[in-house]
Design a protein around this ligand. Structure first.
Ligand code: BTN
Length: 260
């Protein structure tokens, strides 16, 4: 089977470049943006050998997993572009549901993970770079279809382990269609309020104990909400509402373990 765009993505003007094997779809998208590609253009690969994850972690996608990046070039400040990650999580959940996996409990873990039955199914990495007076934004989405990494700090799962019979190619087509829809709602950041509402409906750990570890410091409290720019708001035991812009998130019992 080969990769193709879904019908809504194709008619909305998206294009696709598919690879058999590549280092990183995000890296390829940024290289192309530097040489003048204005998108919107999807990069998808059957196998990703040197993929990157958040916080400089590797993200290798063996054959059968889905590694895809969308390049969009726009005129928005980087902080606004960063909120596209929330739209990407919503798009992936919509794609998984539309492709038939509606019995699994999908959730969105701040900032950018897609969880299935409490384990990490997919990760999203946003990268942005100025090109002239515009911003090239690359949203990379990695989904564990046939295999999940072992020994990760947050347990990972795959569609295969969940007995969801869906391969990377139809999932990609559904994702490209769902992305076209959420990208339109996001509307260069003007529609983030709607994205935020939908995201909160699927948020993992909302209202519960949370620890966020970042750069050697830890904030512990309860997960109150995300704010209008996508920061996690943590309510601490002394009643403060602390906005968090980045970090590793631990919920529930793991909140105290993460803080240790
Ligand atoms: C994470 O750390 O959770 C984010 C992982 C993002 C991986 C995807 S796979 C497609 C795209 N290309 C990359 O090199 N990374 C992203």
């Amino acid at each position: 089977m080969s990769f193709s765009l879904g019908p809504r993505a194709a008619s909305a003007g998206y294009r696709l470049e598919a690879f058999e094997r590549i280092g990183s779809t995000n890296a390829e998208a940024l290289v192309r943006a530097r040489s003048g590609e204005a998108g919107p253009l999807w990069f998808v690969t059957s196998e990703q050998a040197a993929g990157r994850g958040r916080r400089n972690r590797p993200w290798i996608a063996p054959r059968g997993n889905l590694a895809a990046s969308i390049l969009e070039v726009m005129q928005v400040p980087p902080a606004v572009a960063a909120t596209l990650g929330f739209a990407a999580g919503l798009a992936l959940v919509a794609a998984l549901r539309s492709a038939g996996s509606d019995e699994t409990a999908f959730a969105l873990k701040w900032p950018n993970d897609v969880m299935a039955n409490g384990e990490k199914l997919a990760g999203i990495l946003l990268e942005a770079e100025a090109v002239g007076d515009r911003l090239a934004v690359v949203v990379g989405i990695g989904t564990n279809v046939v295999a999940a990494p072992e020994g990760t700090p947050v347990p990972a799962t795959s569609l295969n382990a969940l007995r969801i019979h869906l391969s990377a190619e139809p999932l990609f087509a559904a994702l490209s269609d769902a992305w076209a829809g959420y990208r339109r709602i996001w509307d260069d950041g003007c529609g983030f309020a709607e994205i935020r509402r939908s995201w909160l409906e699927l948020a993992a750990g909302l209202g519960g104990p949370v620890s966020i570890v970042s750069g050697g410091s830890t904030v512990t409290g309860s997960f109150d909400t995300i704010d209008e720019i996508g920061c996690m708001i943590v309510r601490t035991s002394d009643g403060r509402r602390v906005p968090i812009s980045a970090g590793d998130v631990y919920f529930g019992a793991a909140a105290s373990a993460g803080a240790a």
